[in-house]
Each structure stands twice: as structure tokens, then as C-alpha cells.
Design a protein around this ligand. Structure first.
Ligand code: ADP
Ligand code: MG
Length: 251
């Protein structure tokens, strides 16, 4: 067990001639809640996409829990213990909230298991159902579990995205703007849910703009500006950090 759960070194990425990440070094220790900040277009989502295998990097290395992961496909990275949510989750119209959560289960039981080993297959299905029910309760979606997922509010869809990410029991959860477009009342609920997950041992990396959210959640903030890390500090130190001010003023 390494103390640094995630270690990104010299990460570079360009789209065409557009250099989006320019030598990013970033480490996340077990148990931290790191806020990843920076102006629009500074490379935050690209960094998450690369760390979770949704985009390939051009150069650099990413080590998670002692293992290089930069060449792994997204589903293998999930298997190693990093889950993510998306900036704009979209939900299927025909499936209920419960069914969407169940569909994210990583328990592998195919038709042969069902035919040849029916009891274990049923047990695995029941375990996934119990886990989905527990996570839906923890993330305040119990009252809507039988509604079509597409009928949820934007904020509830974000919560369901978190439920789906948690179905695989990740060690680290990366969230891309979990409160963008979410009603302010629900934002505090999301903070509380994330704090409970962290208290249970989950490491979190959160891309977010809402400073109140950041202050009430994060143990440390990392600030990206034009593909480079310009600050790493406590949330209460952001306001007095000149590099951070420069990044947001575009100086
Ligand atoms: P942020 O999340 O910080 O707002 P992004 O990582 O989404 O920033 O984008 C950083 C830059 O990379 C932007 O200029 C964006 O247009 C560009 N970019 C992101 N993804 C792609 C892509 N798949 N193809 C081409 N350009 C991209
Ligand atoms: Mg983004």
C-alpha cells in the first residue's frame, strides 16, 4: 500500500496543435478530498478523462495504488479502483432509477452462471440489488427509485451518477462538476454525502467552481491554468494566492 494513492507525473496532452495539459505533476494521498480548480478550458475534464482511461495521454505516467495505469483501458481502470462521474450525465428514458443503479453493478454473472450455478447467480443479483438500494438511500434517491431515470432533476441525475460510480466499490472517486446546474438546497446534501463517503475511507478528486462547496468539502485544492498546475494549497489559502488570482483574471 503506497501512501500516494494516485501519482501523475509529467502529463502532457495536445488536441491537434492545442496543448491542453503541459507537464502536470499531481499526487493524491489516500483519504484526501482534492478540489481541482481552474478557469474554463484549463484542462480539468481532460485530466479526469486521461486518469480514467477515457482519453489517451501523449506523455507522462500515472500510477494508481502502486501500479502504472496510463496504458489501461477505461474498464480496467475501474477494475483497479478509480470511478468517475460526468459533467453532464444523461439517463435512459425507459429504465427506472433502481434499474440504472443495478446496471452499473460490476458483478459478473452471465447466462452460464445462471444455468449452471443458479444459487450463486441469484445471490450475486440479490447482493447487487441490496447494494443499489443502500446507495440510493445514502444519496437521497430512495423516494424516486421506481421513477424513470430520465424524469429526475439535473441534481438527482448527478446523484444517480455517483450511485452508479460507487456500485463497483472504488477506492477513489473523481467527480466532474457535481453541483453545476444543481439546486442550492441539494448542493449541501451532495457535500454531506461525499463527506460520509470520505469518512468511510474513499479518496475524492472533485472538479468544481462553487467556492462554498469547495470550502466545505475539500482538504486541499490544486489549480490548473492553461494546462499547468499553478497552485496547491488549502481552500482557505486560495483567496490570497497570487497565482490563483492571475489564473482567473487571465493575466
Ligand atoms: P475544462 O474542463 O477545464 O473546462 P477541458 O479539459 O474540457 O477544460 O478542455 C481543455 C481544452 O481542451 C479546451 O480548449 C477544449 O476545447 C479542448 N478539448 C477537450 N477535449 C477535446 C477533444 N476531445 N478534442 C479536441 N479538443 C478538446
Ligand atoms: Mg470541464
Amino acid at each position: 500500500m503506497s501512501e500516494k494513492l494516485l501519482h501523475i507525473a509529467g502529463l502532457g496532452k495536445a488536441f491537434g496543435g492545442n496543448v491542453v495539459l503541459d507537464g502536470v505533476d499531481m499526487a493524491v494521498a489516500r483519504g484526501e478530498i482534492v478540489g481541482l480548480l481552474g478557469p474554463n478550458g484549463s484542462g480539468k475534464s481532460t485530466l479526469l478523462n486521461i486518469a480514467t482511461g477515457f482519453e489517451a495521454l501523449d506523455r507522462g505516467s500515472i500510477v494508481f495504488d502502486g501500479t502504472p495505469i496510463e496504458k489501461l483501458a477505461a474498464h480496467r481502470i475501474v477494475g483497479r479502483g478509480i470511478a468517475r462521474t460526468f459533467q453532464l450525465p444523461s439517463m435512459p428514458t425507459r429504465m427506472s432509477v433502481m434499474e440504472v443503479a443495478m446496471a452499473a453493478s460490476t458483478a459478473r454473472h452471465g447466462v452460464w452462471d445462471t444455468l449452471l450455478r443458479p444459487a450463486p447467480a441469484r445471490q450475486a443479483e440479490q447482493a447487487a440489488r441490496d447494494k443499489a438500494a443502500r446507495l440510493l438511500r445514502e444519496l437521497l434517491l430512495e423516494p424516486v427509485r421506481d421513477l424513470p431515470a430520465a424524469a429526475l432533476s439535473g441534481g438527482q441525475k448527478k446523484l444517480l451518477g455517483i450511485v452508479c460510480a460507487l456500485m463497483g466499490d472504488p477506492q477513489m472517486l473523481m467527480l466532474d462538476e457535481p453541483t453545476a446546474g444543481v439546486h442550492p438546497n441539494l448542493r449541501n446534501d451532495i457535500v454531506q454525502a461525499l463527506l460520509r463517503l470520505n469518512a468511510a475511507g474513499m479518496t475524492l478528486v472533485v472538479v468544481e467552481h462553487d467556492m462554498h462547496f469547495i470550502q466545505s468539502l475539500c482538504t486541499r485544492c490544486v489549480v490548473l491554468d492553461r494546462g499547468r498546475i499553478v497552485a496547491s494549497c488549502r481552500p482557505d489559502e486560495l483567496a490570497s494566492n497570487e497565482r490563483v488570482a492571475e489564473a482567473y483574471l487571465g493575466a
